[in-house]
Write a protein that binds this ligand. Structure first.
Ligand code: AMP
Length: 218
């Protein structure tokens, strides 16, 4: 299974990618997670990426393309992979195409998650994450048992700096201008699968699994 998850921030790509990766034993490659890890570890990459991320802007293409190229070479990707949040620009999609051709493989599907703008803002502004184990919650839709405390590891929950309202506006504008053109890009290549992601996590997962079951490794 070699798939790309496309869609605006807050549509639930990460949640679905986590579940699918476990169920089908494929690698999840989330550029957002990789960059946040680099920021936490204060690596040179993290320091360079932080200001872009805090504002809700995109990190330069060359940086994320290098990260993904490295990950795709990892043995954990032999069964397949889910790319979550990459590509986000046409040059990134072209670079991905080149890397896959060089490996003699191709994408099976590009899932385009769709949720109304109102819901996206509600999902992002109420999201809370654990800085230690990366578990995510939502103040209304998936609250932790104890307010502000992670159910999984007991550490405090925080709001991601880019889930603040000003950054959300920037991220949605960046999505419209730079990422939305990928819908057409992949539709023209007959890879696009539109996915209504407005239902609950379980219903969306069931629909997604049905569509992608044909690509699972045997
Ligand atoms: P995400 O967790 O996917 O919402 O990503 C969080 C932030 O990481 C984004 O707002 C960008 O600043 C950065 N980022 C993640 N993926 C990419 C990408 N493919 N290209 C550029 N920047 C990215």
């Amino acid at each position: 299974m070699r798939v790309v998850f496309l869609g605006a921030p807050g549509v639930g790509k990460g949640t679905q990618a986590d579940r699918l990766a476990v169920q089908y034993q494929v690698a999840k490659i989330s550029t957002g997670d990789l960059l946040r890890e680099a920021v936490r570890n204060r690596t040179a990459l993290g320091l360079a990426a932080k200001s872009y991320m805090d504002q809700g802007s995109l990190v330069p293409d060359s940086v994320v393309i290098g990260l993904v190229r490295e990950k795709l070479a990892d043995p954990s990707c032999v069964n397949g992979f889910i790319l979550d949040g990459f590509p986000r620009t046409v040059p990134q999609a072209e670079a991905l195409g080149t890397v896959l051709v060089a490996k003699g493989i191709a994408l099976d599907r590009v899932v385009n998650f769709q949720v109304s703008r109102e819901d996206v803002v509600r999902r992002l502004s109420g999201r809370r994450s654990c800085q230690k184990c990366q578990a995510t919650f939502h103040v209304d839709f998936a609250p932790s048992k104890m307010d502000g405390v992670c159910d999984r590891c007991g550490e405090p929950l925080v709001q991601r700096s880019d889930d603040r309202r000003e950054a959300i506006e920037t991220r949605l504008k960046v999505y419209d201008e730079q990422t939305a053109p990928l819908v057409r890009y992949y539709d023209e290549r007959r890879l696009l699968f539109p996915m209504d992601a407005s239902a609950g996590v379980d219903a969306v997962f069931q629909h997604l699994s049905q569509e992608l079951a044909q690509y699972r490794a045997i």
